[in-house]
Design a protein around this ligand. Structure first.
Ligand SMILES: [Fe+2]
Length: 208
């Protein structure tokens, strides 16, 4: 399958080129740290992301009017770049990502709760997945975090600004089409879920 540049601009192509070069030459954590300057530049630049990728949707896989706008995905399913739009007053389910990545706030403000899985090596068994909240963060534009599962992989975000929050994600999977988990921290349970993409279908893979 071919790479897809849904937002096909020199800026996005340049950033993806830098990501690919860093990932090819370094272990994931080191590559993510090397990519921080380019990523924070994207977060600070109001000119590259069209308005249409900053809008909520009526219905999406995460509920609550939350949109997942795919900007780029790799043909091999190993990389995606997308914006997540969470309307004011909405929150994502507690969820995991199952991939390394960089996530940063582009506009609006979010409260984030980060969890760690407890129990048998953090494994999910028969839907049983007890969690412990380990962090609560208030995120403003320009703030970012690294995902390096299991570190920081389970969280929820809620928009606390008057307008929607828009965060930019660069993750090492086809996140919208990956079967992930949504958690109920009070019950200590997890269920499989797929967020999907607001602007693309998931593709059948021949290689998996
Ligand atoms: Fe997330």
């Amino acid at each position: 399958m071919d790479d897809e540049f849904i937002l096909d601009t020199p800026r996005v192509r340049q950033f993806i080129g830098e990501v690919r070069a860093a990932m090819a030459a370094h272990p994931a954590r080191e590559a993510l740290e090397l990519l921080l300057p380019a990523f924070t530049e994207l977060l600070a630049d109001p000119s590259w992301l069209p308005d249409s990728y900053m809008q909520p949707v009526a219905e999406g896989g995460m509920g609550g009017g939350i949109a997942t706008w795919l900007l780029y995905r790799a043909g091999d399913g190993g990389l995606s770049l997308f914006s997540l739009v969470v309307p004011p007053g909405s929150a994502t389910p507690v969820h995991d990502h199952l991939a390394w990545g960089l996530v940063g706030l582009y506009s609006g403000e979010q409260d984030e709760r980060v969890y760690r899985r407890l129990g048998d090596h953090g494994q999910i068994a028969d839907g049983h997945a007890p969690l412990e909240q380990i962090e609560q963060n208030h995120l403003r534009p320009g703030d970012y975090y690294l995902l390096m599962p299991p570190e920081g992989d389970v969280h929820s975000v809620a928009t606390v600004s008057k307008g929607p929050s828009v965060s930019i994600h660069m993750l090492g999977n086809d996140t919208g089409c990956t079967v992930r988990h949504a958690y109920d921290p009070d019950e200590g349970t997890a269920r499989a879920f797929t967020s999907g993409w607001s602007n693309r279908e998931c593709r059948e893979r021949e290689d998996t």
